[in-house]
Design a protein around this ligand. Structure first.
Ligand SMILES: C[S@@+](CC[C@H](N)C(=O)[O-])C[C@H]1O[C@@H](n2cnc3c(N)ncnc32)[C@H](O)[C@@H]1O
Length: 404
């Protein structure tokens, strides 16, 4: 249906797409209809585009109506937005955007010029994005929780503040993963639990975790460790105001903090090698779950000495940066595996919401004979290939792991 994507978009189509993009951003989008099809597909009559939520991600869903059937195709919002202009220009003569504030009609006759007309909003019902979000009421966190208002995520009516939408999605996605990881690690509802959030910042995740486990009958200890006094004070004040039993924030440095007990460690967006300190601390404390979302990756990049065959690949700074990031996180995962964890590296939230979207998740596993040697050999091979000498996490784990 996309047809030739090369031809430049007319100004009217560009303006129409800008209106569509804005309606999605401002949550006023209801639907988009494309009609008067003249493309290559047989029997296609029209396409109706809505915004839906699939597994927590906003998607543009195209229902393509043929004379005898409907076919639905979903696209991530940025991709859908990226192709819609050319889809219209090459295949349809009519596009109608319905929003809760205005209708916009893009039309042309035959090969004539496009015209763009705005009129009063005609569609009834809620903006589609709200409906999509309502369908996500299954979100892990109840929007009415007082901590959300205290942290500035919701307003007094428990509505998510528009500026906090991405944060809200991020926290919910994180909590889904947190719950799955705890279950996977065999953490039951009954036992006591000690959790630390390193580099807790404004405490979004720390409060969310505390909220999720506060109804347990066994003692819980959720601690946010943060280097900044003002944030520690802010979070402790909120915790005291809301009477959050078992939740505390301490001023501390990831690089030197040592907890008495630790079942779950989280460290989201701790800078550069602070992530390595967090992972090492979790491993040494015997944490059952380690969840890290690395921030910047500065350590390995200057160490890389690319072998001849990939020199041309890595001569481009952007590629070198990407390679260094991939290598850093792979080595981190392998070191975690060598230390007895099952480690996974994955994207935990769509890039649309944050550019720091990678997670390294480690779940402590039973000892597997030969596993450590295998991981250490893989680490050695990778380091040799890239000419890397010693990395931070390896150094930090030197007293608990044999030298790779
Ligand atoms: C990017 S913020 C992330 C906050 C929070 N984890 C989140 O994802 O919403 C990183 C936080 O780590 C704190 N931080 C940086 N270095 C630290 C260190 N060495 N020890 C403890 N906290 C640190 C910063 O002050 C900042 O609040």
């Amino acid at each position: 249906m996309c047809g030739n994507m090369k031809k430049e978009l007319t100004q009217e189509i560009q303006d129409f797409v800008a209106g569509l993009r804005n309606s999605i951003k401002t949550r006023s989008f209801i639907r988009l209809t494309l009609s008067d099809y003249h493309g290559q597909e047989q029997d296609l009559i029209k396409s109706t585009v809505r915004l839906v939520s699939i597994k927590g991600h906003g998607m543009l869903t195209f229902v393509n109506s043929y004379s005898t059937k409907d076919i639905t195709v979903n696209y991530e919002v940025p991709r859908g937005l990226g192709m819609i202009g050319h889809t219209i220009q090459n295949n349809f003569s009519n596009a109608h955007l319905y929003t809760s504030t205005i209708d916009t009609h893009l039309t042309r006759t035959g090969d004539g010029p496009w015209s763009l007309l705005a009129s009063k909003a005609s569609a009834t019902g809620e903006p589609e994005i709200s409906a999509a979000h309502d369908r996500q009421k299954k979100r892990v966190i109840d929007q009415k929780q007082p901590f959300l208002h205290a942290l500035g995520i919701t307003d007094a009516e428990h509505k998510i503040l528009p500026s906090m939408n991405d944060k809200w999605r991020q926290i919910n996605r994180f909590m889904e993963l947190f719950n799955d990881a705890a279950q996977d690690a065999g953490i039951t509802e009954e036992g006591s639990l000690s959790i630390a959030d390193f580099g807790s910042g404004k405490g979004y995740l720390t409060f969310a975790i505390h909220n999720a486990i506060s109804s347990r009958s066994a003692p819980i200890e959720v601690t946010g460790i943060e280097i900044r006094d003002d944030l520690v004070k802010f979070c402790n004040d909120v915790s005291a105001e809301l009477g959050c039993k078992g939740l505390a924030f301490r001023k501390g440095d990831i690089t030197s903090y040592s907890p008495d007990r630790l079942d779950i460690l989280i460290a989201l967006h701790a800078c550069d090698t602070a992530t390595d300190h967090a992972i090492s601390l979790g491993i040494k404390a015997g944490a059952k779950v380690i969840m890290c979302a690395p921030c910047c990756h500065k350590e390995i990049r200057p160490m890389i000495k690319p072998p001849e065959v990939i020199k041309s690949l890595l001569k481009h700074g952007i590629h070198l940066g990407q390679e260094a990031e991939m290598l850093t996180d792979t080595l981190r995962a392998l070191l975690m595996e060598a230390a007895g964890y099952q480690a996974k590296v994955f994207e935990f939230i769509s890039l649309e919401h944050t550019d720091k979207n990678k997670m390294i998740l480690g779940i402590k596993r039973r000892h597997e004979p030969g596993r450590q040697e295998k991981c250490l050999a893989q680490i050695r091979a990778l380091k040799d290939f890239y000419g890397i000498t010693r990395i931070k996490l390896e150094e930090l784990l030197a007293d608990v792991l044999p030298k790779p």
